[in-house]
Design a protein around this ligand. Structure first.
Ligand code: PEP
Ligand code: MG
Length: 573
């Protein structure tokens, strides 16, 4: 195998694309700063350009909503909102009145906004900067009459290579002709990455200098599973990848055999595969995917979407909507997990140096009891419409659970006084996702009805590695002995206390982890809808004795790479 020309980046969207390179060349947006026409004329040009941009953006948001999903459409809708932000437009008009041309006004106004927010150095800010850049170039292209490449015009076997892909361009791509995406920038959580995953297009991002390392029309293999790019691969490599692709198609077909079946280990022990959702639309997807319930309803989207605190009634409707969609299957509603990487502008949280270690999740809720009570009231009112459980995020000490339970009791008393119906026996559990929760799981277990292991955060807090920072992503692994020990400690404490332990982080969908989870006694896994059948099939291949034997070996190893290799070798086909 010729392994000479391999470039590596972030494996941002799984899958393999074998095709011919098409490099998206950045079009230079050239314009004069000063206007030759009158300010009135320039303002009219600006107005026409903004309105054409908005029209196009709205049409695209509608298309994305139909083709991909509501959450993804919101990324594009945000561009529409930016383009109609009166503050931004006022700055543009002022600049025109000072004698600038419409193009310079757009460019400078967007740069001013970028400069203001660039002072914050988190992922969310970087994302907003890339959104403003997208809006800026969109309006400028309208002013300059520059047409974007139409993704429909791309050849059937295209592997797109670019410095950066804007969310709007990515959203317009179709899986039919774009086999993969390779870029020089962007991380796992960039909007382009989210959209690529939603579209099912393999993506390798942050490959240094890739636009200068490949040529138009050159054959490449873009491996979105491993995050590597093979340039002009030899026949042996191509054939190896083609075989792997066929294998993966076969695997998808074999997962289908597990539709409508119970989740059982090879020796008949029952597990459950639930789904992670962000709202009612996802709940429909979860049911279509044969999920056995909802193991994690991330309620923060409700707060992020509305631009203001959702009223109790709005929340009730959202929860009831999900309960109706899942028809009596269990739904674990996680109370608001905001802060960290999920900032909600109208909540006016103080700027923090370390937001992941700051006023996030249950900490915020206990410090803002009105917000918390309103959510708990809405959940309790919805409780009569299905099988609801409440889950607290980011718990680090037992007092947080006790205080949250007190607030819940207060909410119940209030509802009783108002003669509003609710279920009195709604279970309350907590996410086990901090180092503290892992070390004190035995203490916490006495206060809750269940644990759900949130590996996304557990890895971050156990390994001291920002979950969104691609520079330290090499340390972010569920296979690290520290993370496995933390998971084991939580599972052991849950078993001793007689409470169920679920896992809802991304590691729950990692097929190689299945024997470990079976062996540790975790009996419910909550995954993205797309992974339900795959994980159910993986569970069916192991007996408890086999899983215990592999786990015993794993626990003797001292590093993540060796553990991952052992587990991947042990995977059963
Ligand atoms: C987790 O931390 O594993 C989790 C499931 O929650 P989130 O990704 O929303 O923090
Ligand atoms: Mg979490």
């Amino acid at each position: 195998m010729d392994e000479k020309i391999i470039y590596r980046g972030v494996a941002a969207s799984k899958g393999i694309g074998i095709g011919n390179v098409y490099i998206i060349k950045e079009q230079e947006l050239v314009f004069e700063n000063r206007s030759k026409d009158s300010a009135e004329e320039e303002k009219k040009r600006l107005e026409r350009a903004i309105s054409a941009f908005k029209e196009e953006t709205l049409a695209m948001a509608r298309d994305v909503k139909n083709r991909i999903g509501e959450k993804e459409a919101e990324i594009i809708e945000a561009h529409f909102m930016m383009a109609q932000d009166p503050e931004l437009e006022n700055v543009m008009i002022e600049l025109i009145e000072e004698g600038n041309g419409a193009e310079a006004a757009v460019s400078n106004a967007c740069d001013v906004f970028t400069e203001v927010i660039a002072k914050e150095e988190d992922d969310d800010t970087r994302q907003r900067i890339s959104d403003i850049t997208d809006v800026k170039s969109g309006i400028l292209k309208k002013l300059l009459g520059i047409k974007e490449i139409d993704p429909n015009d791309l050849a059937k076997d295209t592997v797109l290579v670019a410095k950066e892909l804007t969310p709007s361009f990515t959203a317009a791509l179709k899986k039919d002709n774009v086999l993969a995406i390779i870029t020089e920038s962007g991380g796992m959580n960039s909007h382009a990455a989210i959209l690529a995953r939603a579209l099912g297009i393999p993506a390798i991002l942050s490959v240094p200098g890739i636009t200068g390392l490949v040529k138009d029309g050159e054959l490449v293999i873009a491996d979105g599973n491993e995050g590597c790019v093979y340039v002009s691969p030899d026949e042996e490599t191509v054939s190896k990848y083609k075989t792997a692709e066929e294998q993966s198609e076969k695997e998808k077909a074999s997962h289908e055999e597990f539709r409508g079946k119970e989740t059982l280990t090879k020796d008949g022990e029952k597990l459950e595969i639930f789904c992670n959702i962000g709202g009612a639309e996802d709940a429909v997807k979860a049911m279509e995917a044969d999920g056995e319930g909802i193991g994690l309803f991330r309620t923060e989207y409700l707060y992020m979407e509305s631009g203001k605190l959702p009223s109790e009634e709005e929340q009730f409707n959202a929860y009831k909507d999900v309960l109706d969609k899942v028809q009596n299957k269990p739904v674990i509603i996680r109370t608001l997990d905001m802060g960290g990487d999920k900032a909600i502008a109208y909540m006016n949280i103080k700027k923090e140096d370390n937001p992941f270690l700051g006023c996030r999740a249950v900490r915020y809720c206990l410090g803002n009891k009105d917000v918390f009570k309103s959510q708990l009231r809405a959940i309790m009112c919805a409780s009569v419409h299905g099988d609801v459980k409440i889950m607290l995020p980011l718990v680090t000490c037992v007092e947080e659970i006790r205080e949250a339970k007190k607030v819940l009791e207060e909410v119940k008393r209030g509802l009783k006084n108002e003669n509003i119906l609710f279920k009195d026996n709604v279970q309350i559990g907590c996410m086990a996702e901090t180092a503290s929760a892992a070390f004190t799981a035995d203490i916490l277990a006495k206060e809750v009805d269940f644990f759900s292991i949130g590996t996304n955060d557990l890895i971050q807090y156990v390994m001291s590695v920002d979950r969104g920072n691609s520079d330290v992503a090499y340390l972010y692994s569920a296979f690290h002995p520290a993370v496995l020990r933390a998971i084991k400690a939580i599972a052991d404490a849950g078993r001793r206390a007689g409470i169920p332990v679920e896992m809802c982080g991304e590691a729950a969908a990692e097929v190689a982890m299945v024997p470990i989870l079976i062996s540790f006694g975790i009996r419910a896994l909550s995954v993205n809808p797309a992974n339900v059948l795959e994980v159910r099939e993986a569970v069916s291949k192991w007996t408890k004795t086999e899983a215990d034997a592999v786990t015993k070996k794993v626990l003797t190893l001292d590093n993540a790479a060796d553990i991952e290799m052992l587990l991947k070798k042990a995977e059963k086909n």
